[in-house]
Design a protein around this ligand. Structure first.
Ligand code: SF4
Ligand code: SF4
Length: 171
């Protein structure tokens, strides 16, 4: 192969510029259209990416726990809510309950969640790309792409299709 065939990796600055341009283009879409584009890309991404091969969100970030989450999970574990909080949670700088430590204590070595049916809402919503109101969540898209391979897959698809063909309705 000629060395000219090898694509030169983009600099950090070029990546930032490209990502900012993509976000600006996505912001210009109508709310419903943006939801459709990202939700469809989410479906395609999770056809090729299996959370059980990954669990990176559970290993590196962890969710916030609402009072409903705490009450539901502590009931499931037959613990008093206060005891559950003492055992597993701390309050972060935004005054939210979060895990004391990551990887999450409920993550098994097989990447299964031991409280899956009652897991925090933030876990079931993550990585947010399957939800509506994507415009509000655009600021999180690039950050989540550094954590979640499915979001990385979505962003790659958006770069190829929206950034390169901004006027195209379907792809
Ligand atoms: S980081 Fe993304 S792909 Fe990995 S387990 Fe979490 S949601 Fe699934
Ligand atoms: S509660 Fe379950 S899904 Fe949520 S971070 Fe922990 S292991 Fe992952």
């Amino acid at each position: 192969m000629s060395k000219n065939n090898k694509a030169k990796p983009l600099s950090k600055k070029a990546i930032n510029n490209r990502n900012n341009k993509l976000i600006r283009q996505l912001k210009q879409k109508k709310d419903g259209e943006l939801d459709r584009i990202i939700n469809k890309a989410d479906e395609r991404a999770f056809k090729v990416i299996d959370c059980l091969d990954c669990a990176n969100c559970c290993k590196t970030t962890g969710p916030l726990f609402t009072s409903k989450d705490i009450s539901r999970i502590s009931k499931h574990l037959r613990m008093k809510p206060g005891h559950f909080v003492d055992e597993y949670l701390r309050i972060d700088e935004d005054n939210d309950y979060v895990l004391k430590q990551v990887p999450c204590a409920f993550l098994g070595s097989d990447n299964y969640c031991s409280i899956y049916d009652v897991r925090p809402k933030a876990c079931s919503d993550y990585p947010l790309t399957g939800m509506r109101s994507q415009k509000k969540m655009l600021p999180l898209l690039m950050k989540n792409a550094t954590i979640c391979p499915a979001v990385e897959h979505i962003v790659d698809e958006l770069i190829k299709n929206v950034l390169t063909h901004p006027k195209e309705k379907k792809y």
